[in-house]
Design a protein around this ligand. Sequence first.
Ligand SMILES: [Zn+2]
Ligand SMILES: [Zn+2]
Ligand SMILES: [Zn+2]
Ligand SMILES: [Zn+2]
Length: 319
Amino acid sequence: MNANASRSAVIPPYRSEYIDLKLKEFVSMNNIRRWPLDCIKVLQGMKNRKQYSIDRIGVRDLQQGLDAVTQYNFFTESYEVWFNNQTYRYPYKKSSHRRLNFTAAHEIGHIVLEHLLIPERRKNCRQKRLDELEADEFAARLLMPKNLICSFNYYSLEAVAAWLNVSKTALIHRLIRLNRLPLLSSRRLSSCTRCGNTRFSAFARFCGVCGLSLHRGVKGIRRIYYPDEIPMDAFKRVLVCPKCNKKIHHTAGLYCPFCSTGIFNFCIDFFSSSGDGCSYANPAYARFCEMCGKATDYNKKRFFYDWQEIYCNGAENNY
Ligand SMILES: [Zn+2]
Ligand SMILES: [Zn+2]
Ligand SMILES: [Zn+2]
Ligand SMILES: [Zn+2]
């Protein structure tokens, strides 16, 4: 990585598009579906899967000011990635350590964008600078997809940077590049501190998605819309039975006439024999009872996706 890289060169639009295509291909080939990323691990995975002919990944003395270097050997047609002894801090513990994650993503960028397949001596200064810029851009898009970084409550830059496993500097640069600096002062939406859920019934005491008690407030840094997975009417009765998939015409009763599944997403307590427990009918996204925090009937019956799957998902991300 070269600190002077950004001085004069600009990535032309067709190269920006190329980065985008290569990145999408890379993300799908490596089956990357959950953020935050740890690019030291991603790099190791690339080596293990032998997709990119990476021969060695190691740490050694490098020239001062250089965080890492990737070399391509034209005889063996393989890569070596070396990190600088002096700056290698892993696992990342604080913002300055997380810079290494960006460095690793940058080196991945050089490999995926095939910069090194043209020998250094055949490049002029401008081309070399452009390579550095492109690798930086690749790293920023990989670690901080656009949709993802627009979906945070920015209570503090550090909190979001820590979630993403990047340094505060890297995050600021990314926001500037995307023209999204105003996000830092934009309105915050109530969200669960554990799962990022933004939907709560009027008197909810627990998060319906992950079951966390809301008594400490709803100042989560993620904001995630967990959709209604089961269609219901305004009275919170299912329109289609989640078990047998038959349409239900509501006349009387609490159960599906075909398979006896409850037509409300009751708190599990409702079915307890003592009969004096919670009997709250929960909304169509609720895995947990919003009143008492116990599992819902539909959760027990496994009618929902795991919220964790949605929480770290970057699949529909724009880079
Ligand atoms: Zn570089
Ligand atoms: Zn939650
Ligand atoms: Zn049924
Ligand atoms: Zn309950």
